[in-house]
Design a protein around this ligand. Structure first.
Ligand SMILES: [Zn+2]
Ligand SMILES: [Zn+2]
Length: 341
């Protein structure tokens, strides 16, 4: 089998890899219907997070179960499944509280940009559909695996509810799907902060009512103007930089909610500023597993089409071009097709 390996900054190779095998009785092996490149993959691709050794890549996946270990009860060969980037037993005290991405037995997935994948804790990690879905649903089902699940958590963690005024900081795939999520949850006004025309257009399709192109203090001032000087009820931070985090906190009204789902890089908060901001803060790695059944149903019922964030589709063996396109912001998100390779 060939799979995707990062050797160093901007050095992605599609090369020989061992076939995944059942190593623990709770594992499953799946053949991927589709996989994709994550915005978070770009941190290591750009060398901002360094890799010490050749590192297999990919953590977003859906596909057909080929084989299961002897202790797997609910997942069966032939089923179509979606899983999260974090494995979970779905039974421990943290999972039962809905925070499966911090499961006591969590592992992070990292070999999914490949034709086949081993999934640990299959019963807790994977969600199976009743039937094998038709091809047109694959991009949207793949999106539930991380990017939609993360956008959904951003909206949920920021307490978005019917009538809310919502600001989304970040126009990457997660930010765009945070807009979709806020819309689904009944937000009345959704401001997308974006300066890229193609992303603004998609944000509007997903439910944004206003676009703000300014950033930093000017961006905060625009949000205040749009909210009678008060700030928004819910602000969803989907980037992970110092500027975006401060922009989010300062755009929120006292008593409002800030969620943060972008992996922070160099973010530090000033205690006094935080104290007087008087906001709720809630974020972290999205507990996608909690939302998967609901999100898969919304997709299969035709209520949402999050797969629209994939504006580039390539055969898996052209994965290096997929990274380049996202790095150069020529693509919002790249879908990779193992079967076309
Ligand atoms: Zn991801
Ligand atoms: Zn658990």
């Amino acid at each position: 089998m060939r799979g995707t390996v990062l050797h160093g900054p901007r050095d992605i190779r599609f090369e020989n890899r061992p076939e995944p095998k059942i190593t623990r009785p709770t594992d499953a092996i799946i053949s991927l219907s589709a996989t994709c490149i994550c915005g978070s993959d770009l941190w290591s691709y750009r060398g901002i997070e360094s890799v010490d050794e050749p590192t297999p890549m990919g953590h977003e996946y859906c596909g057909i179960v080929e084989e299961v270990g002897k202790d797997v009860r609910n997942i069966k060969p032939g089923q179509f499944v979606v899983g999260s980037f974090a494995t979970s037993d779905n039974t421990c005290v943290i999972c039962r509280d809905g925070y499966q991405s911090s499961c006591l037995h969590r592992e992070f997935m990292s070999e999914a940009q490949a034709p086949q994948l081993r999934v640990p804790l299959a019963d807790g990690t994977l969600v199976a559909t009743n039937d094998v879905p038709s091809k047109e649903f694959i991009p949207s089902l793949l999106a539930t695996s991380d990017v939609l699940g993360t956008g959904w958590f951003a909206a949920d963690a920021a307490n978005v509810k019917p009538g809310s005024t919502v600001v989304v900081v970040g126009d990457g795939a997660v930010g765009l799907l945070a807009v979709l999520s806020a819309k689904q949850m009944g937000a009345e006004r959704i401001v997308a902060m974006s300066r890229h025309p193609s992303r603004q257009k998609l944000a509007r399709e997903f439910g944004a009512t206003d676009i703000v192109t300014e950033r930093g203090d000017k961006g905060v001032a625009r949000i205040k103007e749009l909210t009678k000087g008060i700030g928004a009820d819910s602000v969803l931070e989907c980037v992970g930089t110092q500027e975006s985090m401060m922009q989010a906190i300062q755009s929120t009204r006292p008593g409002g909610y800030v969620s943060y789902v972008g992996v922070p890089h160099g973010v530090s908060l000033d205690g006094e500023q935080l104290f007087f901001a008087h906001v709720h803060l809630h974020g972290g790695p999205a507990p996608v597993r909690r939302y998967l059944p609901e999100l898969i149903k919304l997709v299969l019922d035709g209520k949402i089409n999050p797969g629209k964030v994939f504006d580039l589709t390539l055969p898996l063996d052209q994965v290096a071009e997929g990274y380049r396109a996202m790095d150069e912001r020529r693509a919002i998100k790249t879908l990779l097709q193992p079967n076309a390779a």
